[in-house]
Each structure stands twice: as structure tokens, then as C-alpha cells.
Design a protein around this ligand. Structure first.
Ligand SMILES: Nc1ncnc2c1ncn2[C@@H]1O[C@H](COP(=O)(O)OP(=O)(O)OP(=O)(O)O)[C@@H](O)[C@H]1O
Ligand SMILES: [Mg+2]
Length: 366
């Protein structure tokens, strides 16, 4: 295996001879390795890209490159270090941004950014604040990137398309599970209109389309040793969409006091302190480019994304558990109920969330 990995790493334009390839562990999506070269520095990150999730890997790499080059240029202009404050994609020997091996697997290499701190989860307000800053800063850096990106995840976070899938699955009801989840199905239907109303604002351009990251977990942000945001990595999912999706999804996972599949619903709620901390960090960076309309819908975006997740878990349950890996029979139903509990907690605290956003937004320098 290691010889194979070394051979693959050798297909890229590295600044030396490959000495060693060490696994960084298997992520949810990609397999990640560190490549060490004979003279020591720099080190590189080698990733096997999951082509099942991102089918057009070449288009995905083009997207990533556009974003990286744009950020580098801006960092340079502001006197920062473009090799540390942006990802650097290393092309293959033939100049392409990826290499396809003999098993038809896609590989890509970037410069390893060292001396960083990464966090696995953000359970304190301090970390939520840092996470908000990271995502806000990323969005701000790409807010003037006008070149369109290829849509490698068509329909992502598009509730209109989700309803088409939903209606189809409910009609088909392959395992006859629908009758047993009438209450849960009602949760989805009761909110259909307001969710479509929100998405229409995006479709009509009242809420602008920008560059969004779409995987806002805190372990995708690298911090320097002082704790300042250095750069956002894991750019596989960059898309042209509303940036509210990033905010909403971050709030969905940062603020949950329980687990995504918590069986004890008493554990699950939205932590308003974490919400406030994330929003403060986010708005410190993002209020300079967000429109009034976007700010108005920030709190709602958390409900939108959480609702979509309830729908997706329930739809997968009715469909026979084809999408999300399950550990036991009703796992997707447990997930549905836990996400719904989180959604209702957001709904109950919605006024407070909006008041927090209004207060934070009005205290930002214009
Ligand atoms: N350029 C880089 N410099 C330093 N560390 C990196 C770099 N790229 C990736 N890493 C490290 O490798 C980890 C996994 O990378 P990445 O997030 O791109 O993969 P992933 O498969 O999408 O992972 P996950 O599914 O866990 O998000 C990161 O969390 C980070 O710790
Ligand atoms: Mg990641």
C-alpha cells in the first residue's frame, strides 16, 4: 500500500523526492495522507477524492483552484502570507489538478500548512465565536469572486428539489413505512409553504447567490498558534449559492446540546449562548458584505437547514435507508425526531435569535 501511495504522490510536482506517506485517517468523505519529502520541508497533503460523492472531480478541482487563487491574491494585497492563509493546490506532472490512478481513483495534493491548531468540536462559546469568524472571513474573502463555479452538487439545499424527491418517495412508499410516520410527515407538510417562500427569495435573487463553503465544521478551519483564523480548508463543496446555507448549517451543528441521533430528546435543544457567540464572530467578518435582506434571514436560515435535515432523514427512512448509513433499524427515524426537536427549539427561541442578530448587526462598523 505504502509503495503505491508513494508512487501516486510522485505523480505531483513536489519540491523533492517522496520519502514517506503517512495516513491522517479516513474522513467521512476522503482519505487523507501527509507526504514527507527527502529534504524535510515542505510537507504535502495527499487526498483520495471520493468520486461517488463528487462525481466530476476535475470540475470540483477547478472550483477549488478558482477559490484558492482568488483568496491568495486578496491575502497578498492585504500584506498577509498567501502560503498560509490560503490552500495551495499542487498540480500533477501533466499540469492537471488531479491524478487518476490505475484503479480509476482520483487523487489531489495541496501544501501542508504546518504549525496550526485544529479543533474537533466547538462546545464552548469561545470556539463557536472562532468558528463564526472563520466562516465569515472565508465568505468575505470570496464575496467578490465573480467567476462562476461549476455546480457539482445540483439541488444542494434547494427545498423545491427536495420536495420533488420527497413527493416521489412518499408516493412509492417502498417498505410501507409511511402509515407509521404520519405524525412525522405532518411536521414536514406543516412547514412546506414557509420554506418555499424563503427559497423563492433565493430563486428571485432577492437573497443573492455568492460563494458558499458548505462544510462549516470547525475542523475545516485552521487556526494559528495564537488562536487566530488562518484559513478554511476542505473546499470540495464550494458552490454558488446563498451564504445563508453556511450560517444555517453551522448553527444546526454548533448549537445542538444533544446528538444528531439522540434517543433522549430531553438532551436536544438549541444553545442560545452558542448561537450568539457564533453569530458574533460571523457578523464581525461578514457584515461588511451582507445585504440587509441576508441579515434579516440569518436566524431563519438555521430553521431552514435544520428542517431540510429532518426531511432528509425521514425521507430516507421511508425510502428504506438508502442514503444515510444506519447502525440499527429505526436509526433514521431516531435522527428525524432528534433533528425535529432541535428545529422546535429554534422555533421557540426564534424571536430571541432575531433580536441577537439585529443587535450584533447594528453594532458592527459600517
Ligand atoms: N492543507 C492542509 N494543511 C494542513 N492540514 C490539512 C490540510 N488539508 C487537510 N488537513 C487536515 O486533514 C484533515 C482532513 O482534511 P479534509 O477536511 O480536507 O478531509 P475530509 O475527508 O473532508 O475530512 P472530513 O470528512 O473529516 O471533513 C483536516 O481536518 C486537517 O486536519
Ligand atoms: Mg474536513
Amino acid at each position: 500500500m505504502n509503495d503505491r501511495l508513494k508512487r501516486i504522490a510522485g505523480q505531483f510536482r513536489l519540491d523533492g523526492k517522496v520519502k514517506e506517506v503517512v495516513s491522517l485517517g479516513e474522513g467521512f468523505i476522503n482519505d487523507t495522507f501527509i507526504v514527507k519529502i527527502d529534504k524535510g520541508k515542505p510537507e504535502y497533503i495527499l487526498q483520495r477524492k471520493n468520486k461517488r460523492v463528487f462525481s466530476p472531480v476535475p470540475a470540483m478541482m477547478e472550483n477549488i483552484q478558482k477559490v484558492c487563487l482568488h483568496i491568495k491574491a486578496k491575502v497578498q494585497l492585504s500584506g498577509g502570507d498567501p502560503m498560509r492563509e490560503a490552500m495551495t493546490i499542487i498540480p500533477a506532472m501533466d499540469g492537471r489538478l488531479y491524478f487518476v490512478d490505475e484503479s480509476d481513483e482520483y487523487w489531489a495534493v495541496s501544501l501542508f500548512i504546518d504549525d496550526t491548531i485544529a479543533y474537533e468540536s466547538a462546545e464552548t462559546p469561545e470556539l463557536a465565536y472562532a468558528g463564526g469568524k472563520g466562516i465569515g472571513k472565508f465568505q468575505s474573502l470570496v464575496s467578490d469572486l465573480k467567476e462562476p463555479l461549476t455546480d457539482i452538487l445540483p439541488g444542494f439545499h434547494n427545498i423545491r428539489i427536495r420536495y420533488q424527491q420527497w413527493d416521489k418517495v412518499l408516493n412509492k412508499d417502498p417498505l410501507g413505512r409511511k402509515a407509521s410516520v404520519a405524525t412525522e410527515t405532518g411536521w414536514i407538510e406543516d412547514r412546506r409553504e414557509e420554506m418555499l417562500k424563503f427559497w423563492k427569495l433565493v430563486e428571485d435573487g432577492e437573497i443573492p447567490t455568492r460563494v458558499s463553503h458548505n462544510d462549516t465544521k470547525i475542523n475545516n478551519i485552521l487556526f494559528d498558534k495564537k488562536g487566530e483564523v488562518l484559513c478554511v480548508i476542505d473546499l470540495d463543496t464550494v458552490l454558488n449559492s446563498t451564504v445563508l446555507n453556511d450560517f444555517g448549517d453551522a448553527i444546526r451543528y454548533y448549537t445542538n446540546t444533544g446528538l444528531e441521533d439522540d434517543k433522549n430528546l430531553d438532551n436536544v435543544s438549541m444553545d442560545i449562548g452558542i448561537f450568539k457567540a457564533f453569530a458574533r464572530g460571523y457578523l464581525e467578518e461578514a457584515s461588511s458584505f451582507l445585504t440587509k435582506k441576508e441579515i434579516e434571514y440569518l436566524a431563519f436560515s438555521a430553521r431552514y437547514i435544520t428542517y431540510e435535515q429532518v426531511l432528509r432523514f425521514l425521507m430516507d427512512y421511508i425510502d428504506g435507508d438508502n442514503y444515510y448509513k444506519i447502525k440499527y433499524e429505526d436509526h433514521n427515524l431516531v435522527r428525524t425526531r432528534a433533528q425535529y426537536k432541535l428545529l422546535t427549539s429554534m422555533e421557540e427561541q426564534f424571536e430571541k435569535m432575531n433580536a441577537i442578530i439585529r443587535e450584533l448587526a447594528s453594532s458592527q462598523p459600517k
